[in-house]
Design a protein around this ligand. Structure first.
Ligand code: LLP
Length: 415
């Protein structure tokens, strides 16, 4: 459930009219709901209450300090994939002992930073990385707690760009090789094996792939324990999908019902690296219509947000609902909603049926809280959008719109 609704014909974030936010901060602007973030976090936490668990919010989905600090306040940990994400998580007040570090390309500097910070564990993705981590930890006189990311080879039935748990993916270690790599890990001086990690993909809208992969990972845990390894954590990754339109997707309780028996059987603490489920529907992107335009048989709405602000439609063909901020009963028309960027692939929606919108009017691109701002860029020298957190009837700018100076920071004119 999210807190973006119409009251008196105006779309609100919680009790704040989005017209007011747009007037105060300008457009394009991302707007997040604090209440929705907390609600989503709590539902997930409660769903898994019967098994020992730790929610490591996946920072890559939305790394704004405002978002991270709200989740830190709820007791969340963090799943990070870079030194930059570690910096943000710590700055937002997430305790290092609740931070897990994934990613296939960790550098020596990142490993050292994470070891110095005292994170809970590294999710190691290759034997080369394992050996390097052992060396770095040894040089620092520390022990690195690790899980190996294994590749359970299941098809999550999602977009190929975000499916990660199949054999051909660059992520993780093949199941067949996992035992050997675990044995290697156990023989090293400066790493301590504490868990098993899997992540099979993102925006998965069925329980089945999670159950199948957890069965395989669970068996591996059994074999590892049989070899005397003290496996205490099963990290099932992220990937719980959300509704972008009217589609039915499982709720956190549905996942918990299917997975809890398997998890209990293994007696481990489960780590959930959920991103999108918590933040996706807790955010919208507000944009203003600049022009109407016709070309042949096609109608276009040119708006002030573009693929540099929200790349999901261009990159994955993703669907985001687009609603008028001020409700109206005008006739529907079919339009492409496009931005000012000089690329034909710059669109937020194609062949979309929506009530006629006029220049100057505000639109809300829904479900934009996850993989929205974080994937934005300065392409076409567009300043990145502002971000706002609503809280009841109030709102706070949690990231200012970039300035022209921000755009050229660190650059030099060659004399
Ligand atoms: N854990 C790992 C190791 C991951 O790679 C990811 C996402 C997550 C957790 C969080 O997954 P979530 O719960 O948010 O599904 N940009 C794409 C999504 C890329 C996901 C990358 N990895 C999109 O806009 O759909």
């Amino acid at each position: 459930m999210h807190a973006f609704r119409y009251f008196d014909g105006i779309l609100h974030g919680e009790e704040a009219p989005l017209t007011r936010v747009a007037e105060a901060v300008g457009t394009p602007v991302y707007v997040y709901s604090r209440r929705t973030l907390r609600d989503h976090y709590r539902r997930l936490d409660q769903a898994f209450a019967e098994v020992p668990h730790l929610i490591c919010y996946s920072v890559k989905a939305n790394s704004n300090l405002g978002v991270l600090s709200v989740l830190a306040g709820e007791g969340a940990g963090a799943d990070i994939v870079s030194g930059g994400e570690l910096y943000r998580a710590l700055k937002a007040g997430i305790p290092p002992r609740k931070i897990v570090f994934a990613g296939i390309g960790k550098t020596v500097e990142e490993m050292a930073y994470a070891l110095r910070s005292g994170i809970l564990m590294f999710n190691v993705e290759s034997e080369d990385e394992l050996l390097l981590l052992d060396r770095v930890a040894g040089e620092m006189g520390r022990k690195a707690d690790i899980a190996l990311r294994v590749n359970p080879d299941v098809d999550p039935g999602t977009h190929p760009y975000i499916a990660t748990g199949m054999k051909e993916a660059k992520f993780g270690i093949d199941m067949e090789e996992a035992l050997a790599v675990y044995e290697r890990a156990a023989s090293l001086e400066n790493v301590r094996v504490v868990g098993v990690h899997q992540h099979i993909g993102s925006q998965i809208t069925e329980v089945g792939p999670f159950r199948d992969s957890l069965e395989r990972t669970g068996e591996l845990v059994g074999s590892l324990r049989g070899r005397g390894l003290d496996i205490r954590y099963i990290n099932i990754g992220g990937g719980f999908g959300i509704p972008y339109d009217e589609e039915e997707v499982p709720y956190p309780v549905d996942y918990a019902r299917a997975l809890a028996p398997l998890l209990k059987e293994r007696g481990c603490t489960v780590i959930l690296e959920t991103g999108r489920l918590i933040v996706g529907n807790a955010g919208v992107l507000l944009t203003r219509v600049l022009y109407r335009k016709k070309s042949g048989n096609k109608r276009f709405l040119v708006v002030d947000a573009a693929m540099n602000d929200l790349i999901r439609p261009s990159l994955y063909g993703s669907f985001h609902r687009i609603l008028p901020v001020v409700e109206n009963d005008r006739e529907e028309e079919t339009v492409d909603v496009v931005g000012p960027v000089c690329e034909s692939g710059d669109f937020l929606a194609r062949d979309r049926s929506m009530p006629r919108a006029e220049p100057g009017e505000l639109l809300a691109v829904m479900s934009a809280g996850a993989y929205g701002f974080v994937m934005s860029s300065n392409y076409n020298s567009r300043r990145r959008a502002a971000e706002v957190m609503v809280d009841g009837g109030d709102f706070l700018v949690v990231r200012e719109r970039e300035s022209l100076d921000d755009l050229v920071r660190g650059e030099r004119v060659v004399p």
